[in-house]
Design a protein. Structure first.
Length: 610
């Protein structure tokens, strides 16, 4: 790629926009949002269904763009759970329910439901038993949703639940209720992205339409319009998620450039689609799916533009070489994202995707052919090739996932390390352009070193994290390079996940905050340790003390003496050369500098330096 590409005004504007959103933008309800109508009373709501329903065990869930509450005009969106019939996309419906804030526990490494909804500009939930249709969607939208429903129903009737989920995921990005074991296998094999409708799907539909249209001798301009219309219709049927919209906008941009006689290029198309999406949905910059989509596409463009197989290679060799390069580029670009979301690294992804990516493209065509054949009541013609391909695909995923060291558990990266990694990756992608690479070598290495050093400095700070899940609490203390855990009945797997999310290593020691909270590991109070006892970890001292309590007025007090009462607790004071931090009232608060109080919050994680 020519170095002047990085000087394009659209790229520079997009970088400024992304940085501005990251630092200054946080999703929040506006003045007319339904969030401000929350009360304990049941209300009547009217709104338009904004997405295809997610079918759960006990409900059908949709996002609704509201029009009114009790007849009063209100805007905003609400996440609605219906226990009866399924609301249909684009219908305007009326229903009753009690508005409430989304419930969720803010624990590092755990799925944060309120945050997930906020990224979709949803700040309110409601449950309802039934609804009535105020205005039905137009004929076009009814056609889109009928086709989607028909495809998924055909798969569900023809294949086993897991194969139906794989077929729906490959063709439409709708994997449904896939079994946890198979979902984990897709993660460990590095193939989880194949169950999400992505830009590759839109590209495949566009190219396939162009190929078929060329057989009938259509003119190029007319064929491009037809291909765009087909790809746009597929985008809607597949749910119009961020990767699909991004890919379709790229295709529109490329075709517009062709009609205007300009070679806009896929890179410019990527920038344009990203810019448009962020203008209309700024919260997308924090969405993992959006980040993965654009990072992977950008990496593939840079890699395949700069690294090309030799011209004298046979066509099949070039094909698999390009798949390998594209897979390698996307895996490298997504490494920090996968690490900070799944806390796993898949080493089988490169090998697995060389086989699974082409097979997924073939299955996309086979599943659609099977659906068309089923409509003509000749599904048996395509059933065995389709079912056999899905079965082989599933077996390959499970095979790669079962390989030794297919995935390795890792801890999250800090911001400095991520920045250093991407700067270095940018240099690697541009190495074939030797003149440009020499020009950016010193700046890239310098920025990499500084970013990594800043990240290491910040992550090495002494910090305390107060974790809460109702009455189950814990404190994680980082002191002079040591990680100490003080637990009060919080599940061990959640503590392990929190450590990974915070980028902390395995704990140096685990202390139970009362005898009842001991889970078979760690130091048990009033058995292995008593108030007054002290344990040393290099320069860090941990001293047990009678439990410190906090009165409503903030006054601290403790009651020396052990009565043997059930649930009786203990406190610990962590001391370094700089300071002392005491964990009080079974991790409900921490005392710093012997005077300052760090209060915990129910169902939230509080972090502070000490």
């Amino acid at each position: 790629m020519h170095p002047d590409t990085y000087k394009r005004p659209l790229l520079l504007t997009l970088v400024v926009l992304i940085l501005g959103l990251c630092f200054f933008y946080r999703p929040a309800p506006d003045k007319q949002d339904v969030f401000h109508a929350i009360s304990k009373e049941e209300v009547t709501l009217v709104g338009r269904v904004e997405n295809f329903a997610a079918h759960k065990k006990d409900s059908h869930n949709v996002i609704i763009q509201l029009v009114s509450v009790n007849g009063t005009p209100y805007g905003g969106r609400v996440y609605a759970r219906f226990q009866g019939e399924t609301p249909q996309w684009k219908d305007v419906i009326s229903f009753h329910g009690v508005l409430q804030k989304p419930y969720g526990v803010d624990l590092p490494g755990q799925f944060n439901w309120p945050r997930y909804l906020a990224l979709q500009h949803v700040f309110t939930e409601v449950k309802s038993n039934e609804f009535s249709v105020v205005k039905q969607a137009g004929p076009f939208w009814r056609l889109v949703r009928t086709l989607r429903r028909s495809i998924l129903r055909t798969f569900a009737q023809a294949f086993s639940p897991d194969l139906a989920a794989v077929a729906g995921g490959i063709l439409l990005g709708e994997r449904g209720e896939i079994s946890p074991a198979l979902y984990t296998a897709f993660q460990d094999s590095g193939a989880i992205h194949l169950l999400v409708a992505s830009g590759g799907n839109v590209g495949f539909v566009t190219l396939l339409t162009l190929l078929v249209g060329s057989w009938f001798g259509f003119r190029r301009r007319l064929l491009l319009v037809f291909a765009l219309a087909t790809a746009g219709f597929y985008t809607l049927v597949a749910g119009a998620d961020a990767p699909l919209v991004r890919a379709y906008l790229m295709a529109v941009g490329a075709c517009a450039g062709y009609f205007l006689g300009r070679n806009s290029g896929v890179f410019q198309g990527l920038l344009l689609s990203c810019f448009v999406i962020l203008l209309f949905n700024p919260a997308a910059v924090f969405d993992t799916g959006f980040e993965m989509s654009f990072l992977a596409t950008l990496a593939i463009i840079l890699c395949l533009t700069n690294y090309r197989p030799p011209k004298n290679w046979p066509r099949p060799a070039k094909f698999f070489a390009q798949i390998f390069l594209a897979t390698l580029a996307s895996q490298l670009a997504l490494l920090p994202v996968f690490t900070n979301v799944f806390y796993k690294v898949s080493f089988m992804g490169l090998i697995a995707n060389m086989l699974l990516v082409p097979l997924a493209s073939l299955l996309m065509a086979l599943t659609f052919v099977y659906y068309l054949a089923s409509l003509l009541h000749i599904g048996f013609v395509a059933y065995f090739p389709c079912a056999g391909g899905l079965y082989v695909f599933q077996m390959l995923v499970e095979f790669f996932a079962s390989a030794e060291f297919s995935s390795v558990s890792v801890t999250a990266w800090n911001v400095g390390t991520i920045a250093a990694y991407y700067v270095l990756l940018f240099l690697v992608f541009n190495l074939p352009n030797k003149k440009f690479a020499r020009k950016i070598l010193v700046p890239c290495v310098t920025v990499t070193a500084l970013a990594f050093a800043c990240g290491a400095y910040v992550s090495g700070e002494d910090r305390v994290y107060l974790l809460s899940e109702w009455d189950h609490r814990a404190a994680i203390v980082r002191a002079d390079g040591k990680t100490l855990v003080f637990n009060n009945r919080l599940a061990q797997e959640k503590i392990d996940r929190a450590l990974a999310a915070l980028g902390l290593p395995l704990p140096t020691a685990v202390f139970a905050l009362n005898a009842d909270a001991a889970s078979g590991s760690g130091v048990v109070p009033f058995t292995e340790i008593w108030p007054g006892h002290e344990t040393t970890f290099d320069k860090v001292r941990v001293q047990a003390a009678w439990e410190i309590h906090q009165a409503k007025d903030g006054h601290l007090w403790s009651e020396p003496g052990y009565s043997g009462r059930k649930g009786e607790g203990i406190s610990y004071c962590v001391s370094t050369k700089k300071d002392t931090l005491c964990i009080g009232q079974q991790a409900r608060f921490a005392q710093r500098n012997q005077t300052e109080i760090i209060d915990g919050e129910t169902n939230k994680t509080v972090s502070a330096k000490w």
